[in-house]
Ligand binder design. Sequence first.
Ligand code: ATP
Length: 382
Amino acid sequence: MAAISLRNIVKKYGDGFPAVNDVSIEIADGEFVILVGPSGCGKSTLLRMIVGLEDITSGDMVIGDRKVNDLAPRERNLAMVFQNYALYPHLSVYENIAFPLRLAGASDEEVDEKVRNASRTLELDEHLERKPGNLSGGQRQRVAMGRAIVRDADAFLFDEPLSNLDAKLRGQMRTEISRLQKRLGITTVYVTHDQTEAMTLGDRVAVLKRGLLQQLATPRELYENPGNLFVAGFIGSPPMNFLPAEVEGTRLTLPFGSVEIGEEKASRARDRGLLIAGIRPEHFEDAAIADKQGSESSFTATVEVVEWLGNETYAYIPFEAPEEVQQQLKQLEQDLDGESLRTQLVVTLDGASRISEGDEAEIWMDASRIHLFDPATGENLT
Ligand code: ATP
């Protein structure tokens, strides 16, 4: 096993815009790091540079204590698990797992011991004689991982390994990969565009946008303290609401009225004119249900649409945003790969809420969870 250092890594294809732009990430020995971002953000290019399938334009790639910039993939001792598993259809599970060992000239005895150990770990021991074509997607995935395990590689690299699986199997495999990685304690870099995989698998998550590292943090940190509008909009479902806002004194004025946010938060955003407030749908509640009627953090608004799901209720409240905010949100939409950001507030209420369409409803918000962003730079000021 080994630590992996990416130091000021740049990748340019031809003379176009850099696909990876000055990215530095220190991955600790045994750590599970996710590279995530919308299509074209450079995550696969970054992974391919780690494994050696792509040249580095500038910067240094260090694995363990070796600078590997100019080493061929096979000299790096890394194991890559691809989306399509790259299994040999004519070989049995046993021989597929044994393949890298045979290639390295291992004795039959060594091959047998390693293949049986790996297949026990992966619960594949009953399927060793079968061919990949007779396995489920999840089992094939495990064979691909088995092949990586027997090599005693310094690190595992995954490129969207679950994107071919159906939702249920994807969930199962996610748990399995997480369990295995913890058990083996092997340094792992995992590329995905799926934020659920990013949030549940990674010790830390690197969020990328157009080749630039936006934030590298634990999943909790990304959710609770997103560094900018992009990260805030990318992590969370339904996505964070973005609203025009202004701070006066210790109050935040929103399109629906004003709420108390306290001196600490207000002091970081005061006298800056128009801001973008970010509040997650789950940080609102029906004031009646939360016992917060008349509270300083409650406001009244007209609810246009209500969707009742049983355990929770989504309520939609339209609002107007000034041109400046709309511009920033349009840009953000593009950055988020065309995902549409609505000019309506979405709030997730308790399913017991009696609020219905057309109501002038009293909504409470958890003011401690409000983020305030600079509309020009997108930076999180709070
Ligand atoms: P996806 O999720 O769609 O695979 P990604 O985040 O993995 O996207 P990359 O595949 O790393 O993104 O691509 C990053 C940028 O580099 C994109 O703009 C892409 O068009 C460009 N790019 C990737 N490979 C090449 C190549 N071989 N030649 C030229 N440009 C490339």
